[in-house]
Design a protein around this ligand. Structure first.
Ligand SMILES: [Mn+2]
Length: 376
């Protein structure tokens, strides 16, 4: 039996205010293109079933375009009689009871089996038991469902989960959850954990067959360098699983991080950028340029316009300037210094005006009476 696992497709996601000739946000289109490619591959590979681990849509109420695209693509799967099992992720789960779950719309499609109510549900397909535990906002209901959940005896049990298995897979998003530790043991009764939420393709250590297949496109700069794609599982009659990751073409996203800018001249920094540009395929790429410990006057010289001129053929340039003083100052501060604001201020001034102690003293003396007035 052959299964295909994909996840975190985030249909309707937009970024960067770049619009293509059709009037569609260009990143939104990139996300559709990656999805379309994946459906093409599913039709080629003809798996017995496809599973999706959540965040099918980027929002609980996707746009007309995102919804229409999804229905058209799922129709292609239906025409090929390939069933799809999908759970709701934190992104499409409504935040209140006033919004109806969007995945309910999939119930009207042949061959699509959505799991979106706040409960554990199971579907069976030949020797396979597919368990869906969608994202559940209320931790008490989640706990109740985790107590109920059980594998089916003598079947190959596949569990769809949209969660962080351990704290390191948190995405820093609204409503996300860490899988409750007391239930980790229970996961061992399932033969494959089809995980969603973490956007980078990764095997999980605490179970012999637990995989995050990752997203199909990069949604943030934390995903630079990670390959995007889906998982193929070939399960033999004895239950042994052979897994394979297949990459999906995406828009390139490059990153250059320049350290200690304050110690370099602008010309040297520009040279570093040019070398990076000449070594990489920048055409059509998103480019993140990070300037660490940059001085204000350098920021002015390395303006967005000046940088854009260096990358005329790129898709989008993302410069990030991290100023020298504030970053280093806060990083070096001991926690107990925070109970004396005047001391914090004095140290900040001394560091900022390290080359002009007379001016620093003058400022500290000037500020003194104000702190006196507040703290006594
Ligand atoms: Mn996601």
């Amino acid at each position: 039996m052959r299964l295909l696992h994909f996840s975190d497709t985030h249909l309707g996601f937009q970024a960067f205010d770049v619009v293509n000739e059709q009037g569609v946000n260009a990143r939104e289109q990139d996300v559709y293109d990656a999805f379309h490619h994946t459906i093409d591959r599913i039709l080629d590979l003809k798996p017995d079933a496809v599973v999706h681990s959540g965040d099918f849509f980027h929002r609980p109420s996707p746009s007309n375009r995102a919804l229409t695209f999804a229905l058209e693509q799922l129709r292609r799967l239906g025409d090929a009689h390939i069933p799809l099992y999908v759970i709701a992720g934190n992104h499409e789960t409504p935040k209140t009871i006033y919004t109806s779950p969007i995945l309910r719309a999939f119930r009207s499609l042949p061959c699509v089996y959505p799991f979106f109510s706040e409960s554990w549900e199971t579907a069976e397909l030949n020797g396979l038991a597919i368990h869906g535990l969608p994202h559940i906002n209320d931790p008490r209901i989640l706990q109740r469902e985790l107590e109920r959940i059980e594998p089916v005896k003598d079947k190959f049990n596949l569990l769809l989960l949209h969660t962080s298995l351990g704290k390191r897979f948190l995405m820093e998003e609204y409503g996300e959850q860490v899988f409750p530790e007391p239930f980790l043991e229970k996961l061992k009764g399932f033969q494959y954990l089809a995980l969603g939420h973490w956007h980078n393709y990764q095997k999980i250590d605490l179970h012999p067959n637990a995989w995050y297949c990752g997203s199909l496109e990069r949604l943030s700069d934390t995903e630079i360098g990670a390959e995007k794609g889906f998982m193929l599982l070939d399960i033999d009659p004895g239950g042994a699983i052979a897994t394979r990751f297949e990459p999906v073409p995406t828009r390139p996203w490059l990153k250059l991080e320049i350290e200690r800018c304050q110690e370099k001249t602008t010309a040297v920094i520009m040279e570093e950028i040019e070398q990076f540009r000449d070594k990489n395929h920048t055409c059509g790429a998103i480019i993140s340029l990070i300037f660490n410990d940059i001085k204000v006057e350098q920021s002015l010289e390395l303006s967005n316009v000046a940088l854009k001129n260096l990358f005329a053929d790129c898709f989008h340039l993302l410069p990030k300037r991290r100023a020298i003083t504030d970053r280093n100052f806060v990083r070096n501060l001991d926690a107990d210094q925070f109970d004396r604001l005047d001391q914090v201020f004095n140290e900040y001034i001394l560091e900022k005006y390290a080359d002009n102690p007379a001016q620093a003293t003058q400022l500290i003396e000037k500020a003194g009476p104000y702190f006196q007035k507040i703290f006594g």
